[in-house]
Design a protein around this ligand. Structure first.
Ligand SMILES: [Zn+2]
Length: 362
């Protein structure tokens, strides 16, 4: 074992958990799987809800309780889903404010680069806003917040299975592609995996892969068997959201490693939704040590009442990860990000600098 690893373990042993959490908070993090709709700044949401005279609790503490999944509650998939609402907004200004003020908080947890995914329908459906206009607005608001805080950001358009038929998604995809915004780097398929198998979206993904403008990531193997991950790979997914069931198929992890398919894993989210209720036996640690390209992500931190650094602290506690492991995981995330190769190389160099800054501050 390398001396640095031993020293890190000794240091880690003598730190209390609050100190450790502060260390992971300060650690520069690359995140590939975070839903904008699950990462709202709650104070802003409360202000918008009050302004729009929505039926919400009178005080912010009760509002938080109603909005968030109780931190220590047992897993409950339906309770988790019930926290996502799309009826907050009454104007495009509301959408701008919630995006801008939410992205502004990302640097508090020292995110270095984020591929932020959002479902334009979440923001547009209730008021029937123009989907292209709302998409432009979200990107502008996110970019402004990122620029002001020194965060690097790109975007993934997320389609929610079960919300619309495939043909609607294809026309929306074409409409958003025509915006020509270089900040959009990929497409995601989210939502109810069990009732809407990946196969039902084959024409959408054929269009995405043949256009070759945006990459694809698909939520698969979160609550479904490994067969759904194989199907997602057949449709051209470059990354898999969650993919926890990949551990059940001995052929899958080596295939993911060989093809460089990154798993976007989320320990807290999987616990709260019940997709992998026991955090301590979450397969992330085993998959990592098997050489599978895994990454640590938050998924929906405001709903979960957590931050990405909480999942880092859990990975340290449950899988005995040390700083070198987290550095490796972040380079895996950069390798798997949807930026063009040249930009990826630049990002790696900048990330090395950020790490030097972090180490100097220890
Ligand atoms: Zn997700």
């Amino acid at each position: 074992m390398a001396w640095t690893k031993v020293r890190a373990m000794i240091n880690s042993y003598f730190m209390d958990s609050a100190e450790k959490n502060n260390v992971w908070k300060a650690f520069p993090k690359v995140e590939l799987h975070r839903h904008l709709e699950g990462t709202f700044n709650i104070e802003t949401l409360f202000r918008i809800a009050k302004k729009n005279k929505l039926d919400v609790p009178e005080d912010i503490a009760s509002f938080k309780q109603a909005f968030q999944f109780p931190r220590e509650a047992p897993p409950d998939f339906h309770l988790f889903l019930s926290k996502f609402k799309n009826t907050w907004y009454r104007s495009l200004e509301d959408v701008y404010d919630i995006v801008y003020e939410s992205v502004k908080t990302f640097k508090n947890d020292n995110l270095f680069y984020v591929e932020l995914r959002f479902n334009p329908e979440h923001f547009a459906l209730y008021n029937d806003f123009d989907r292209a206009e709302v998409t432009n607005l979200i990107i502008d608001a996110g970019n402004k917040a990122a620029l002001e805080t020194g965060l690097k950001i790109t975007y993934i358009i997320s389609f929610n299975r079960g919300q619309f038929e495939q043909d609607y998604f294809i026309s929306l995809y074409n409409k958003l592609l025509a915006l020509g915004r270089p900040e959009i780097v990929g497409v995601d398929l989210a939502g109810d995996e069990s009732n809407y198998p990946v196969k039902q979206f084959s024409r959408l993904f054929n269009a995405i892969t043949s256009d070759a403008r945006w990459k694809a990531t698909i939520h698969a193997g979160e609550v479904t068997p490994p067969s759904e991950i194989w199907e997602a790979l057949k449709l051209g997914a470059s990354r898999i959201g969650h993919g926890t069931s990949s551990i059940q198929d001995p052929k899958l992890p080596p295939c993911l490693a060989e093809r460089g398919i990154v798993l976007e894993q989320c320990i807290t989210s999987n616990h709260q939704t019940g997709s992998w209720p026991d955090e301590q036996t979450h397969p992330l640690g085993v998959l990592y040590r098997m050489g599978t390209p895994v990454t640590i992500n938050s998924d929906d931190p405001s709903i979960q009442n957590t931050e990405l650094s909480d999942d880092y602290a859990k990975a340290e506690r449950y899988f005995s990860f040390v700083q070198e492991d987290f550095i490796k995981l972040n380079f895996t995330a950069i390798e798997g990000c949807f930026l063009p190769e040249k930009e990826k190389e630049r990002l790696k160099a900048e990330y090395r600098q950020a790490l030097d800054g972090f180490k100097a501050g220890l």
